[in-house]
Design a binder for this molecule. Structure first.
Ligand code: MRU
Length: 351
C-alpha cells in the first residue's frame, strides 16, 4: 500500500504520525496516532489544525478505526462500529467543514462496498480513499496557487492571518500556496504575518514555515494590521477558510473579520483561498456556521505564560465570519469566484 510523508503528516500503514503543532516553532515533536481515539484527541487538542489537514487526518482516523475492528466477522456490526468512529471523529471540532466532508466521503465508500466486499478488502479500499484525499489535497492546493498567483504582481507584499499553509493542509497550503506559486512563477513577493492571538498560528506556524521556504516574512501583532495598511505597505490580503457558506460568507480564524474591514477601509483586495471542500452549500449564510468556543485558558495565558488570574472573565471564540461583501474573490482549484457569490457558487456546484 502506498504511503505519504509531508511536513504535516506521515501515514505508515498502521499509524499516522503528526508534527505536534502545539510546540512549534521552538520544538519539533511528533505524535504517533495508532487508534481512531488518538486521532480524535489530536484534532481536538490541536496537535493538527487547519481545515484541510483536519479533514485528511480524520480520514486516516477512520481507517485506523476500521483496522481496530477488522476481526469482526459480521459486516453489519462492523459498519455499526464505523458509524461510531465517524461520530467520535466528527465531534472533535465544529467549524471546519472539511472534517465532515472527509468523513462523509469515507462513510460513502464504506456503504458502497459493504455488501460486495469482505471486511479485509473493504479496509484496503478505505485506506486507498484516505490516501486519495491526502494526495488530492496537495494537487488542489497547487491548482489554487496557480489560479491565485495571477492576482499578485511582482513586488507585492501580502498580509495573511492565522496559518493557511503547508501545516494547515497535507502540503503546500491554500493562502500560502498562492504566495508560493507566485514566487515559483518568478514574482518577488513578501509577507506580513499577523500573530493571531490567542493561539498564535501566525507567529508560531506561518513565520516558521515561510522561513523554512526562504520567503521574506515580517511578523506583526494583530493590532498593527490597520496601521501597516495605512502606511501603504500591503498590496493584498490572502487568508484561508474553515467554512464558506453558500452566499459567500467566510468563517475563518478569529480576527479575519477585522482584517477584512481594515482592507476595505484601505482599498486593499481581500482574497480567500480555499478548496471546494471548504464550501458548504448546505449552509445558507454565515449565521448558520457553528463557531467553536475554546478554553478560556487560551486567553488567560499567552503561550504558557499566565497573563491574568482565573477570576478574569474571558470570551474565546475561535473563528469569526467575514460577510461576503468584504470578500474581493474566493480562489479555488476550479477558478476564481467573485460576487454575486450565491449565484456563482451555485453555478460552480451545478445545484
Ligand atoms: O483553529 P485552527 O488553527 O484550526 O484554524 C485554522 C484556520 O482558521 C485556517 O485559516 C483555515 O483552517 C484554513 S487552513 C488552509
Amino acid at each position: 500500500m502506498e504511503k505519504i510523508k509531508t511536513m504535516t503528516l506521515q501515514w505508515t500503514g498502521d499509524s499516522l504520525i503528526l508534527i505536534d503543532q502545539r510546540f512549534l516553532p521552538l520544538e519539533e515533536i511528533y505524535v504517533e496516532c495508532k487508534t481512531y481515539e488518538d486521532i480524535a484527541k489530536s484534532i481536538k487538542d490541536m496537535v493538527v489544525r487547519g481545515a484541510p489537514a483536519i479533514g485528511a487526518t480524520a480520514a486516516f482516523g477512520y481507517v485506523l478505526g476500521a483496522k481496530q475492528f477488522q476481526n469482526l466477522l459480521d459486516k453489519n456490526t462492523f459498519y455499526k462500529e464505523l458509524q461510531k468512529i465517524k461520530q467520535t471523529l466528527s465531534q472533535t471540532r465544529p467549524t471546519a467543514v472539511n472534517l465532515f466532508w472527509a468523513l462523509h466521503r469515507m462513510d460513502k465508500i464504506a456503504k458502497d462496498n459493504l455488501n460486495s466486499k469482505e471486511i479485509v478488502q473493504l479496509i484496503n479500499i478505505l485506506e486507498e480513499e484516505a490516501l486519495k484525499i491526502a494526495y488530492e489535497d496537495i494537487e488542489i492546493n497547487k491548482a489554487i496557487g496557480k489560479n491565485g498567483e495571477k492576482l499578485l504582481n511582482d513586488g507585492d507584499t501580502v498580509l495573511t492571518h492565522c496559518n493557511a499553509g503547508a501545516l494547515a493542509t497535507v502540503d503546500y497550503g491554500t493562502a500560502l500556496g498562492v504566495i508560493r506559486a507566485a514566487i515559483e512563477n518568478g514574482k518577488k513577493i513578501q509577507v506580513y504575518a499577523d500573530e493571531t492571538r490567542p493561539y498564535l498560528q501566525g507567529a508560531r506556524l506561518t513565520t516558521w514555515e515561510l522561513m523554512k521556504s526562504g520567503i521574506k516574512t515580517t511578523l506583526i501583532t494583530d493590532n498593527m494590521a490597520g496601521w501597516v495598511m495605512k502606511q501603504g505597505k500591503i498590496n493584498a490580503v490572502i487568508v484561508g477558510a474553515d467554512r464558506i457558506a453558500r452566499n459567500g460568507d467566510v468563517a475563518n480564524k478569529i480576527g479575519t473579520y477585522s482584517v477584512a474591514v481594515l482592507a476595505k477601509r484601505h482599498g486593499i483586495p481581500f482574497y480567500v483561498a480555499a478548496p471546494l471542500s471548504t464550501i458548504d452549500v448546505e449552509t445558507k449564510t454565515g449565521e448558520d456556521i457553528p463557531i467553536e468556543e475554546r478554553s478560556k485558558e487560551e486567553v488567560r495565558y499567552c503561550h504558557k505564560v499566565r497573563l491574568v488570574p482565573d477570576e478574569v472573565e474571558v470570551y474565546n471564540p475561535a473563528f469569526d465570519v467575514t460577510p461576503n461583501e468584504l470578500v474581493t474573490a474566493i480562489i479555488t482549484e476550479k477558478g476564481i469566484i467573485r460576487a454575486p457569490y450565491e449565484k456563482n457558487i451555485t453555478k460552480l456546484f451545478e445545484l
